[in-house]
Write a protein that binds this ligand. Structure first.
Ligand code: MG
Length: 380
């Protein structure tokens, strides 16, 4: 089901210490708020708006660089920030919107799924956990022990139809400060369902929370690998494109595009790592617009698909299989070109070559083959 999302990242979060507001501090190398935005994109969000404090816009842009997310400037209170986020969304009023606090970085696709399923039966749905600890109230009469019956710890995201939540906020009195969105929704008469929460959706509040979160961070991302293979036939020509580099040669590779088998194999490896089809699906060879196209755009597209899922490339490795031309003299230029296209440091890019000692179609010099493997990290 299509959904949109507002990530509330406008708080000052001073209790967590560390100078910067907590949502812009780094957790395992990435800004806290980036974790949630990446997770929502990976879960399939059609549109994500991050609400940030006016004086944090530059920091936010840097922290969320490369992600398809829009920024909105928040207000003095959480409610004003949510209103600003809701106003900035372009989705239709029936679309589910997830409101999420950026201070809860360990959002996963399963949480989103649970909310969307629960939302089919109600006007709103929130993630909530039962209380495990005994409750105490200290007052003038001493210590009391209130019952835990019917009490829940509300987490975020919280999900509603966009139009219904906008109306609920419009009806909410401006002098009252709700602590979550479900409070606004129920005040407007909406029925809100509970979906199972998750202790991992902890809210980073105090300095010691960051130490615990660093320990959890490793489990919140997964590493995936993809494999690619391509081959093209040799034909008459005077130069060949391999890994985005033009090499003078007495033959060329024949194909619909520039026939850069290295880039094609690598594009397929990256698409494979995120389960996103193959190069032929994204750029059909029957489509005349790709005739003679330079293949760097195919590779850049695959890298963008990774970013759009909240993922990042970790490393790539490629083997060119041919008798001629000699690859070694061009290897550094190829790695440098791949580094440019993928925005990946050169030391995470490997290009190798081998012959097949005269055997097979590459050995008979009928064609050139390429194999590639890509390692990608995405939200779990
Ligand atoms: Mg090809």
């Amino acid at each position: 089901m299509s959904f949109c999302a507002v990530v509330v990242a406008a708080g000052s979060g001073s209790r967590a210490g560390g100078g910067l507001p907590k949502v812009w501090r780094t957790l395992a190398g990435r800004a806290v708020a980036r974790w949630s935005v990446e997770a929502l994109l990976a879960a399939g969000a059609a549109e994500v708006v991050a609400v940030v404090a006016g004086d944090m816009e530059g920091t936010a842009r840097e922290a969320l660089d490369g992600l398809p997310v829009r920024l909105a400037v928040g207000g003095a209170t959480r409610a004003l920030s949510v209103r600003a986020g809701l106003a900035a969304l372009a989705c239709s009023p029936e679309t589910p919107v997830l409101i999420h606090d950026a201070a809860r970085p360990f959002l996963g696709g399963d949480h989103v799924q649970r909310l969307l399923v629960a939302l089919e039966q109600a006007d709103g749905a929130i993630l909530a956990l039962p209380l495990a600890d005994t409750l105490k109230r200290s007052g003038p009469q001493g210590l009391e022990t209130p019952s835990r019956d019917g009490l829940w710890r509300a987490q975020t995201p919280q999900a509603f139809a966009l139009g219904a939540l906008r109306s609920a906020y419009a009806a909410w009195p401006s002098d009252a400060e709700p602590t979550d969105d479900a409070q606004v929704a129920t005040a407007a008469g909406l029925a809100v369902a509970l979906a199972p929460g998750d202790p991992r959706l902890m809210k980073l509040t105090y300095p010691e929370d960051f130490a615990m979160a660093e320990g959890l961070a490793g489990a919140a991302r997964i590493t995936r690998t993809g494999l690619g293979y391509d081959a093209h036939r040799w034909g008459p020509g005077e130069a060949v494109w391999l890994c985005g580099v033009r090499i003078d040669h007495d033959q060329t590779l024949v194909g619909h595009s520039d026939a850069d088998a290295g880039l094609h194999a690598l594009t397929d490896a990256i698409l494979g790592a995120i389960g996103d089809g193959d190069i032929g699906e994204h750029f059909p060879p029957t489509d005349p617009q790709w005739r003679g196209a330079s293949s760097d755009r195919f590779l850049a597209h695959a890298a963008q698909r990774v970013a759009a899922r909240g993922g990042r490339l970790v490393s790539v490795d490629l083997v060119l299989i041919c008798e001629r031309p000699k690859i070694r003299p061009h290897r550094d230029a190829m790695r440098a070109r791949l580094s440019e296209i993928l925005a990946l440091p050169v030391d995470r890019i490997s290009v190798k070559a081998t012959t097949t000692e005269g055997m097979g179609f590459t050995g008979r010099q009928e064609g050139l083959a390429a194999q590639a493997i890509a390692t990608v990290e995405t939200p779990a």
